[in-house]
Design a protein around this ligand. Structure first.
Ligand SMILES: [Fe+2]
Length: 530
């Protein structure tokens, strides 16, 4: 008997014998297995297994509000194990971890349409404060999460600390870096995407793989739900979410490797690929601590948004996957692709680009942070000829879009631009040049690229081609090819990036160390090695 049916047994036991007989008469005995599907709201569900297996999360902190997330899934790896009913879920936000002083509490519904996920936008909170939260369904109580609101609009802020992380391949290594993020109690965490990988189980082909994906490559909503749930089965990942609010964006692997808008890497007809994208986007929404504004509509989901942290940080979160033009020259690496510079090509899409460029002059914080996925700085991945060799999947394949962004930052005198990125599975810290072909051209900001949590397995101190890359890319000021995350400390005077690394991710629970640091001084563009 499935968990869902056991659940029904308990619900049905609450019905009178007359109600049962009436229902059986009207619906037939077979229909009793799924009686009155999706018509009921259960206030006191009885679970035969613990429903909060996926943990808790919070996200998108505002001065008076955060979003709280959980998803009921007593059978997480097999669709969730919930019946097609709405479930009442209570939530509490407290000023202390023991829940002595309750700040806010309420009730929400976990709906079958959204995989019994809940997204509670709690308001009425105080700015720049720590809070603790938990959920209740029936007699079951979730684990406790810690969160923190943003400082008040315009308020002076001495210091904020945040992590930048991404690219956690379940098979490639353990998620120790997520555990170390949890231990730092950051003010927030920016996740730059590749939260899951869509590929099938390795099946023993790669000896470096430490654990296996369940099943084949994922295509359907249930496939994506199960894959997200498998990743959430990792206690280190759940601990990171429970430690601080996450500000998430996605990259390609939440849907399919290297996809561009409606084009995947297998020449699937766009109208077919968009069905897969819709399933993936819905599962992403169901799994992430996102506000209602991100609720998907078919294959569309608005993920770009702005967050403000007092007078210290103005953060624009971008989506460089959903609206981008297809890869220039139809390749991923190109030495001489004139099409990459065609002005009509777009990385952000018309609407998002207009939104971003219009708001940059209104950013009045010390640090103008642009938080996104793929490196914006030119990265000649080893010059095989005088034109270099560039990835068409990054902003190098969309140079007109990059020029428009950098020029806007310059013209509006944006305050201390800091770009965040990930995707390439190595740490970089780079100066952003108006013209990367000319090392003496103006520096308009700095980019911190986080390595992977585990993708690429253990890695090495530097990439094999690093010496050559360094010669061809003098704007790159720091590099490491170990796994880890970037720990950033923002103050009114400086932005510091500590590049945290682990010696191995194929062994559990190793310590994290700082392999190197860069500092940007406010008012002085360019990174300095610390
Ligand atoms: Fe990745």
């Amino acid at each position: 008997m499935s968990e869902a049916i056991r659940f029904y047994d308990r619900a049905l036991s609450a019905m009178s014998r007359r109600q049962l007989l009436n229902a059986a008469w009207k619906l037939g005995v077979a229909a009793m297995v799924q009686p009155l599907a999706s018509t009921r709201t259960l206030a006191q569900p009885a679970f035969s297994k613990y429903p909060f297996t996926l943990g808790v999360a919070s996200g998108d902190p505002w001065p008076d509000s955060v979003v709280l997330w959980t998803r009921l899934a007593p059978d997480p790896l097999d669709g969730g194990g919930m019946p097609a009913d709405r479930i009442e879920v209570g939530w509490e936000v407290a000023r202390d971890s023991a829940f002595r002083t309750i700040a806010r509490k309420g009730m929400t519904l976990a709906r079958p349409e959204l995989g019994h996920s809940v997204h509670v936008e709690v308001d009425g909170l105080l700015p720049n404060r720590e809070y603790w939260y938990r959920f209740r369904a029936g007699s079951e109580i979730s684990q406790v999460g810690r969160t923190k609101t943003a400082p008040a609009a315009g308020a002076a802020v001495d210091r904020l600390r945040f992590a930048v992380c991404g690219c956690s391949h379940y098979e490639a290594g353990y998620f120790t870096a997520y555990r170390r993020i949890a231990e730092e109690d950051f003010d927030f965490v920016f996740h730059s995407g590749d939260y899951i990988y869509e590929d099938r189980a390795d099946g023993g082909r790669n000896p470096a793989v430490v654990r296996q994906h369940l099943g084949q490559e994922i295509f359907t909503l249930v496939d994506y739900r199960n894959r997200f749930a498998q990743y959430k089965s990792d206690g280190d990942l759940r601990a990171a979410h429970a430690s601080a609010p996450f500000i998430v964006s996605w990259d390609d692997h939440e849907v399919d490797n290297d996809y561009a808008a409606d084009a995947d890497e297998h020449d699937t007809p766009p109208e077919v690929f968009l069905l897969r994208r819709a399933a993936a986007y819905q599962a992403y929404y169901e799994t992430m601590p996102l506000r209602q504004s991100a609720l998907p509509s078919g294959p569309s989901m608005r993920l770009y948004r702005r967050l403000r942290f007092g007078s210290l940080i103005d953060m624009s979160v971008l989506d460089t996957r959903q609206y981008r033009s297809r890869h220039a020259c139809g390749v991923l690496l190109a030495s001489d692709c004139a099409a990459a510079s065609v002005p009509s090509r777009t990385m952000l899409g018309t609407e998002q680009e207009r939104w971003l460029l219009e708001q940059l002059p209104n950013a009045h914080a010390t640090w103008t942070v642009i938080a996104q996925q793929v490196p914006t700085f030119a990265r000649d991945t080893v010059a095989v000829n005088p034109q270099g060799r560039f990835s068409m999947d990054k902003w190098d394949g969309y140079t007109a879009s990059r020029d428009r962004l950098y020029t806007r930052l310059k013209e509006t005198k944006a305050s201390n631009p800091i770009v965040l990125s990930g995707d390439v599975h190595v740490h970089y810290g780079a100066d952003l040049k108006l013209d990367f072909r000319n090392p003496s051209s103006q520096t308009i900001g700095v980019e911190f690229t986080n390595t992977s949590i585990s993708s690429g397995s253990d890695g090495a101190d530097v990439s094999p081609a690093w010496e050559k890359i360094r010669q061809d890319n003098p704007h790159i000021k720091y590099h490491s090819a170990r796994r880890g995350y970037v720990a950033c400390t923002a103050t009114p005077a400086s932005m510091r990036a500590d590049f945290r690394v682990l010696e191995k991710v194929t062994m559990r629970d190793l310590p994290v160390t700082t392999a190197g640091s860069l500092v940007v001084e406010a008012g002085r563009p360019g990174a300095i090695t610390d």
